[in-house]
Design a protein around this ligand. Structure first.
Ligand code: MN
Length: 200
């Protein structure tokens, strides 16, 4: 198996005050690591063991075992979530800016749509910026599903992930998910998102 548990791309405290260090530590070292361990345990000895993580995600359908769907999603989704943020945030490329303007009207509008998708997701899940047939779209998924899975309402290549599980924000924001999402926007790594957009 080629699956690895990646390092966090920054220190636990790097995203303070938007994301507090204690939340980052528990989220990465407990939640994410557990998804990874349970996923590798579930695929060990199966044909999935020799696939890429993206290919496993694309193979998920209604008949996939919950152990692979939930833990594989949790493993994949958090890697993208960590890499959707950086200390202080960053700026999008000219190409991504233009695509955002074309699809949503402005950067403020895409944030509004992401926030609506994140706050509107009942219970646990993720909001996403995806590339779908060459165009940008915002969508959300429940639990640890993602837009690579055929079970998703909208399928595409995710380039930005916003975790709206309570474990992502409860210590600092309690029930105030909209406040957490506003703080998330202060950290968005639009430069890395632009790289993912270019290769999607
Ligand atoms: Mn999470």
């Amino acid at each position: 198996m080629a699956f690895e548990f990646p390092d966090l791309p920054y220190d636990y405290a790097a995203l303070e005050p938007s994301i507090d260090a204690r939340t980052m530590e528990i989220h990465y070292d407990r939640h994410h690591r557990t998804y990874f361990k349970n996923f590798t345990g579930a695929v060990d000895g199966t044909p999935h063991a020799d696939k890429s993580l993206e290919d496993v995600m694309k193979s998920v359908d209604a008949g996939t075992s919950p152990a692979i769907r939930n833990n594989g999603g949790g493993y994949y989704n958090h890697i993208l979530y960590w890499n959707s943020m950086c200390d202080g945030g960053s700026a999008p490329s000219a190409d991504l800016s233009k695509a955002i303007d074309d699809a949503f009207g402005s950067m403020d509008k895409v944030k509004e749509e992401l926030k609506a998708a994140g706050t509107g997701r009942f219970g646990s899940g993720f909001a996403w910026l995806i590339v779908q047939d060459g165009k940008l779209a915002v969508t959300s998924t429940p639990n640890q599903d993602n837009p690579l899975m055929s079970v998703a309402d909208a399928q595409g290549t995710p380039i930005l992930a916003l975790d709206v599980w309570e474990h992502a924000y409860y210590l600092k924001y309690q029930n105030k998910r909209p406040d957490y999402i506003d703080a998330f926007f202060e950290t968005v790594d639009w430069a890395k998102t632009s790289e993912r957009f270019a290769s999607a």
